[in-house]
Design a binder for this molecule. Structure first.
Ligand code: NAD
Ligand code: GLY
Length: 369
């Protein structure tokens, strides 16, 4: 099967995203360097380790002499200072050098942690993303954001560090739990909501085929999402402006994730689903967007089985407002929101009335629409 290639054009930091079936067996073909001469450091988690073991066999067959695997526990709690230290110590014990290469084999947690470890060890060792969740294939593996969480909030310590390549093998999705498939799908929908009404309409028609991982549908959804992300990252690599659009639903979503305690009870993508519905509800309250569009967004997330309100999360409005105030998107003491004039017409603003934000949060916590 032919793979799709999406280019990320960032001058000397440019790279390709390869998307297709069977790519894990052909990784060497998609790398912009000869892997056989490299020391390879594979970072993965305990759920995805079999893919890392397969990859190691293939790399050894391709002539790689040194290829070690660090397997971390799965879950958001792995994006921590402890795991970062563990990864650094493991790399140093194994005499990593600047000609080595780090591979992240896993979802967004491993991609963010491995990428940040690579960016900070020896002041930067190149890395490759092998994303294995839909979320990581359409979002976290692309664009170079890496990092860890702190007790003050998510992703507050990190770096912009672009990978050398992203290799997306859709076969890995066959073992992904359905709930994780859905959570990743929320980030796919996000690209339609931001600036592509036609893609949102396509998802309304074909979302269930994407979720069922039908090959043509999943490939189209992944490629369209990666192209959308490429456009934004190429225009604003370090989030000076436009890149913040990718945070649609995230200001609310991150606060909900913090309230849920990163214990797996609310997945990142589930927070994005609820947060996107809140962003449209706030847009309606502010007279920016029609109720019809907000209803349509809620209905689509609901129809595929994603959560659309925060009623299952035990928290309160003050906690959420406080948490949103600590988000990276706070500038000059003002929270940044991504709101919408319509589906496919999102924009960035700090001009938001806190009373309306409180009202949207209260409504969502009480399960109302
Ligand atoms: P994840 O990495 O925790 O993966 C979800 C779960 O699926 C884990 O239990 C993992 O072990 C398991 N898994 C992964 N691939 C699998 C497979 N193929 N088969 C079976 N199980 C598999 O979570 P995620 O949803 O991929 O990523 C969420 C993280 O990504 C969050 O930390 C979020 O902050 C981050 N993120 C980062 C960016 C960025 O730009 N860097 C963007 C979006 C999200
Ligand atoms: N996921 C948001 C970004 O990459 O900017």
């Amino acid at each position: 099967m032919q793979s799709k290639i999406v280019k990320i054009d960032l001058g000397e930091r440019s790279y390709d995203i390869a998307i297709g079936s069977g790519l894990l067996s052909l990784v060497g073909d998609y790398l912009p360097f000869d892997i056989s001469a490299k020391k390879v450091f594979l970072i993965t988690d305990d759920n995805v380790e079999p893919y890392a073991l397969d990859l190691r066999s293939k790399l050894q067959e391709a002539g790689v002499g040194f290829c070690e695997i660090l397997t971390l526990p799965h879950g958001e709690k792995t994006k921590s200072y402890d795991s970062l230290r563990r990864a650094h110590d493991w790399m140093l014990e194994n005499n990593i050098d600047r000609s080595s290469i780090v591979f992240a084999v896993g979802g967004g947690v491993i991609g963010d942690l491995a990428g940040f470890s690579a960016s900070t060890i020896l002041r930067g060792v190149p890395f490759v993303q092998i994303p294995t969740t839909i979320l990581s294939q359409v979002d976290s593996s692309v664009g170079g954001k890496t990092g860890i969480n702190t007790s003050y909030g998510k992703n507050l310590v990190g770096s912009f560090f672009q990978p050398e390549a992203v290799i997306t093998d859709i076969d890995t999705l066959k073992t992904l739990p359905k709930r994780e498939v859905l959570a990743g799908y929320a980030e796919v929908v996000k690209y339609g909501l931001i600036d592509d009404l036609a893609f949102f309409e396509w998802l309304e028609e074909n979302g269930s085929a994407v979720i069922d991982l039908e090959e043509e549908a999943i490939l189209y959804a992944l490629e369209t999402s990666c192209r959308a992300k490429a456009r934004v990252v190429e225009a604003d690599e370090r989030e000076g402006g436009k890149r913040a659009l990718l945070n649609l639903g995230h200001t609310f979503g991150h606060a909900l994730e913090a309230a849920a305690g990163y214990d797996g009870s609310l997945l990142h993508g589930e927070g994005v689903s609820i947060g996107s519905v809140m962003a449209f509800d706030l847009s309606v309250q502010m007279g920016l967007c029609t109720q019809e569009d907000a209803d349509r967004v809620r209905k689509h997330f609901e129809s595929v089985g994603l959560p659309v309100d925060a009623s299952a999360i035990s928290t309160n409005v003050d906690y959420l407002i406080d948490s949103m105030g600590r988000d990276k998107k706070v500038l000059n003491n003002k929270m940044t929101f991504i709101l919408a004039r319509a589906i496919g017409e999102a924009f960035i603003t700090q001009d938001v009335d806190e009373a309306m934000v409180r009202s949207v949060l209260e409504q969502s916590l009480s399960g109302g629409c």
